[in-house]
Design a binder for this molecule. Structure first.
Ligand SMILES: Cc1cc2nc3c(=O)[nH]c(=O)nc-3n(C[C@H](O)[C@H](O)[C@H](O)COP(=O)(O)O)c2cc1C
Length: 398
């Protein structure tokens, strides 16, 4: 049977559901070992739930772990001190309604976005710690890595005006993380959303991040892998300056997640769709080009992608630029009819589509690369794309 017929068969008949695991099925049928790396931790496949409204209770985490995701990043908790006081108190708000909408990019490409004005974890910090520990157990049962996420206030040193918050939050998370066999924490620091007034510049953000990351490193136990979810600044040029200028900061991280949603000043909300993925891919292209030409490594060894990953082809676009995992939020919120098959759980239905869609799924996208590069035998996703930086991408910055 040729490739297209095999993928069609798998798409229509969901044969992988009868196999011991998605990974064993894909290895046996297509010769791809889906395992990969996030911050030096092996994950069984590159598909992850991004931090947000879809990872804020154990029912969701359990569904994702059972549904086969490689990892889940939990909803972001806001830093506070021991007494519960926080300079980011305004972020601890109950989530208003989310609206999943079509969005047309500057290029005319049609995608999806979620309109929402909510922010961080709104319950008590103690309840977050309990949620984290319960989620570790649910993840471990299914070989699904669970990563808490935390937002710290930005500052410029050398004095840390928020030291009490840093100390209490990071010590508490550090302790809770010892209950995980693979302790990892993602920081979510969003200056575009944190500040009123003029949009933050790359220069100012770099200065703040330099202090914040080294302080976090100092306060966290040494065995914790630390990642940073990078935001998107207002313009392409500022974003490029941020990513390029931060090489010395990224060296203190185990991974960098590129990059959170764009921000609309007019509407006062963040948004996604193709404008977001086009921006992220163009920045990655530009950075990889500088790395090739200068011989200097700018990004950390592990880069995780986020932004408009709504099919396997888009994950491969990011992977070709050296991102070895993908974190999805919007795709898991689409109207159910957008997934070709209802397999009972949303996670399963989404994962099936992401993997086996005959036009844009991961299998056909990976096999197209195999053919292009005339490669036979068994291939490993993580190893294959670790050197993805050799891509000669065609996207351009404005
Ligand atoms: C409703 C909503 C809530 C979110 N909450 C968080 C959050 O708490 N922490 C975080 O780091 N990112 C948060 N994000 C960003 C997502 O994790 C993700 O990185 C981003 O939306 C881009 O991926 P997507 O295009 O697949 O949605 C949120 C996104 C949405 C749509």
């Amino acid at each position: 049977m040729n490739l297209q017929s095999r993928v069609e068969r798998d798409y229509q008949k969901h044969l992988w559901l009868n196999a011991p695991s998605l990974e064993s099925y894909v290895l046996e049928q297509y010769g791809w070992d889906l395992s990969t790396d996030l911050g030096g931790i092996r994950v069984k496949n590159p598909w992850g739930k991004a931090a947000g409204q879809l990872s804020l209770n154990t029912t969701q985490v359990d569904r994702d772990a059972q549904g086969g995701l490689g990892f889940v990043v939990l909803k972001t908790v806001i830093a506070q001190d021991e007494s519960g006081s926080s300079v980011q108190k305004a972020w601890m708000v109950d989530a208003p309604r989310m609206l999943v909408e079509r969005i047309t990019a500057k290029t005319g490409e049609e995608g999806w976005t979620v309109s929402w004005k909510g922010r961080g974890w709104s319950e008590s910090f103690q309840s977050y710690l309990e949620f984290v520990e319960r989620s570790f157990k649910l993840g471990a049962n299914q070989d699904c890595l669970v990563i808490p996420s935390c937002q710290l206030p930005l500052y410029v040193g050398p004095e840390n005006p928020h030291e009490k918050e840093y100390r209490y939050t990071l010590r508490s998370l550090g302790e809770a993380l010892q209950k995980s066999e693979q302790p990892a924490l993602e920081l979510d620091l969003s200056p575009t959303l944190l500040k009123d007034g003029p949009a933050p510049s790359a220069k100012q953000t770099l200065e703040e991040l330099g202090w914040v990351i080294s302080e976090a490193r100092k306060l966290l136990p040494k065995n914790i892998k630390l990642g940073l979810k990078l935001f998107n600044l207002q313009s392409d040029a500022e974003q490029l300056a941020l990513v390029q200028g931060g090489a010395h900061i990224w060296k203190q991280l185990d991974w960098l997640t590129i990059a959170n949603r764009l921000f609309s000043k007019e509407k006062g909300i963040s948004y996604g769709g193709y404008d977001l993925s086009n921006r992220n891919l163009a920045i990655l292209d530009a950075i990889r080009k500088v790395e090739r030409e200068s011989g200097e490594q700018i990004l950390p060894l592990s880069v995780s992608a986020t932004g408009n990953i709504c099919n396997g082809q888009m994950l491969v676009e990011y992977a070709n630029r050296g991102c070895t995992t993908g974190q999805l939020h919007t795709y898991f919120q689409l109207p159910k009819g957008e997934y070709g098959h209802d397999l009972g759980s949303r996670t399963l239905s989404a994962l099936h589509e992401l993997m086996f869609n005959p036009e844009q799924g991961l299998i056909v996208s990976l096999e197209a690369l195999r053919e292009q590069r005339s490669l036979g035998g068994e291939l490993n996703f993580g190893a294959f794309f670790k050197e993805g930086g050799s891509n000669d991408g065609t996207s351009n910055l404005d």
